[in-house]
Design a protein around this ligand. Sequence first.
Ligand code: DC
Length: 333
Amino acid sequence: MRAIRGATTVPADEPAAIRAAVKELLQEIAAANALREEDILFILFSNTADIRSLYPAKAAREAGFVRPALFSAAEPVIDGSLPLCIRVLVMAEGEGRVRHVYLRGAAGLRKDLKKFAVALDGPSGSGKSTVAKLLAARLNILYLDTGAMYRACALKVSAAGLPVTEEAVAPVMQGLDLKIEYENGAQRTVLDGRDVSEEIRRPEVSMAASRVSALRCVREKMVALQREIAAERSLVLDGRDIGSFVLPDAEFKFFITASSEVRAKRRYDELRAKGFAVDLAALQQEIEERDRNDSTREFSPLRRADDAVLIDTSCLTVEQVVSAVLCKIQEKV
Ligand code: DC
């Protein structure tokens, strides 16, 4: 059983406005939670006392919600509460993720549902992507792996056999067809219409990504795309310059790091588990070289934003890092 909450506001106490608002709210709740009408057991509405011209439950019936039991109640008058507001609780069959829906200014009711960004920056192998994925799942928002975007650029540049220079790569960036899609919450990186999510994880792509990501033309293109994606929804983003450059106004910023030995060992275990033959010492050397590349490049280098919380994960488990990050977020909300 799922209990899904939502709220919306109406511009005026008029039946047509109430009908439209209720219909929109229920449709958004159904879409966000993949609900069919037969999954819904009952719907409870409440509305502020300044709504008098139509019961939201009646509006829902009129909008075609004929099966579920409906109930409407007026709320007491409370000073300072959001005016002309309709709240809903939808009880539905089934298990799984619940997405509450707050529309038309009603988001102000729930601070935690306002759009926000969590920036997780740090060097390669610090564990940020594992943490970012878990964190996004806990916060019920999407995760954007920005490294995957630079990896896709590297793939494109090496497939074209181009040298890693501004002159050679700039025209490729202009016509780049790179899309970030989500499938059941998981990111798919689509280059020229092809899903390259697996291919970009190949070890040789890591170093190539570090090199192309130093080019201004590549960064400008990727940063614009990252800002576009973040403008539309709440996100956990991991990268090198998210808090310092891409989203300097991100609500929550963390800098995740660990010693190069620990990071090399983690990459080693990860790649071995995927069946790649790798050498630990060579990996550590490569990680240190990528650190140098990433932090010494001229344009938007790897850097801890002044207001980012530093977390050294060398001696922490993934779960401990996730808890520490969640704790900091909750402190600030
Ligand atoms: O996080 P990763 O290993 O998948 O990133 C691949 C490379 O891309 C990394 O060497 C640095 C670069 N990168 C970057 O410069 N800025 C980002 N926001 C993310 C990654």
